[in-house]
Design a protein around this ligand. Sequence first.
Ligand code: ATP
Ligand code: MG
Length: 486
Amino acid sequence: MTLPGGGRTVTSVNEAPAVPRGERPLLVIEPDREKREYLRQVLQIEGFQTVGVETLDGGLDQDFSRYALLLVSMSGQTAPAIAELHERAPNTEIIAIAERGALDLALKAVREGAADFVVRPFDPAELVQRATRVLERRLREQELARLRGQMVDAGNFHGIIGRTSAMRKVFTLIDSIAPTDATVLVNGETGTGKELVARALHDLSPRRDKPFVSVNCAAIPETLLESELFGHEKGAFTGAIRRKTGRFEEAHTGTIFLDEIGELPLSMQSKLLRVLQERQVRRVGGTQAIDIDIRIVLATNRDLEKMVKDGRFREDLYYRVHVVPVTLPSLRERIDDLPLLVEHFVGKYRGKANSSAQGFSKNALARMSRYPWPGNVRELENFIERALILSRDRIIDDVDLPEAAAPNTLVSNNAAPLPVPTVVDTAIPLKDLIDQLTARLEAEYITHLLREYRGNIKKSYSHAGISRRGFFEKMRQYNIRKEDFK
Ligand SMILES: Nc1ncnc2c1ncn2[C@@H]1O[C@H](COP(=O)(O)OP(=O)(O)OP(=O)(O)O)[C@@H](O)[C@H]1O
Ligand SMILES: [Mg+2]
């Protein structure tokens, strides 16, 4: 048999019974024939399908992904570059085999991506044990990845609910950056779930078992902030009766989440910049620099770029924290997720509110979908909790949405028009502003009429003084459905 790419010396695939540890064969790359056969036999006895080759004669272009594990001899001139092997087949594990006294080569292999190593002479049982462990870990990781996929399909990614493409993009991004140590800035309006993202980043990282320290920069008075973040030495200031470790030190080996970073005073911004650059902290009143190994995640609902322009946020710090931005969409921008979120929160609060409610009526959901939710998911969550407490219905239909939802500020009961809201945003060209206001006015006017006439189209368009056709056209344009008003 030949290997894909054509190995020079190929021993046959061993016809072992069912392979207990993974479905794909193992590849032994060992120039010495005797040693190679020995390795193969050791593994074969344990039920691993094993292929042996002398060298990587087919070159690195071979398709290694068909193997679960490569056992690579680091001896001789022909020792393949582990980094390249690892890059070519990232889902194939590697165990490096080093000769006696060549521990440095084995360690180098591990740095380059090998999962483990053995040094000759080794006990065959040790090799089998290491191979088994590596393969089992690989299976576990695959299983986790599968479950993760299932969670995303179910619309629950580590407690972050969402199924729209906007949210799926966020989940994919979190998945790819979580395992790294990159500094992450989470952007998004209030209540969009920035804190949940910070936690997910930590939980999906190799630091998951280490501390997750969350600091709300806006909640700590400026005078205390430095000591809170960096700690202080005994006697550093009046009242500092004992040494205190700061939050950065507490987060050592783990993740620190700096929330509301836009509220950080300028003096602290320069100190934070230093931490980001040097990965060292100095306690207040201390002289010694303390090394810290931390992953930093920051969040803000402010427009940092604008704050930089206004001189309220350091530009150099902005570039430092802006390495990997994760931007959360507002609830308005992913309103198709509303029913899923509602279902989630009904489940969460039904018991607590001692409510027999099963959910919300279609009509109620439609009305909720038209409300702009300025407080985003937090506002929705609170709204649902309140509705469950107040309602006695099994299916809640009568939703009492806050003022902004009710377009009756535009048209009074007898339809005498009230003034159009004065949203004069000079940042927008006049024509666009007029278009936007017109659209808002029309949508609210139509909604109001339909509500007045309980979905009766004829009465509504007669009242509005426009044609039936024109009325339908506008309903289509603004996504208004008459069923929602019955
Ligand atoms: N996608 C989501 N799925 C489930 N719950 C969410 C989601 N987004 C937000 N929440 C819930 O909404 C509330 C607010 O979320 P969070 O504290 O993460 O918001 P935030 O973006 O940090 O807001 P702020 O800027 O006001 O601090 C929390 O109770 C959180 O559990
Ligand atoms: Mg927050």
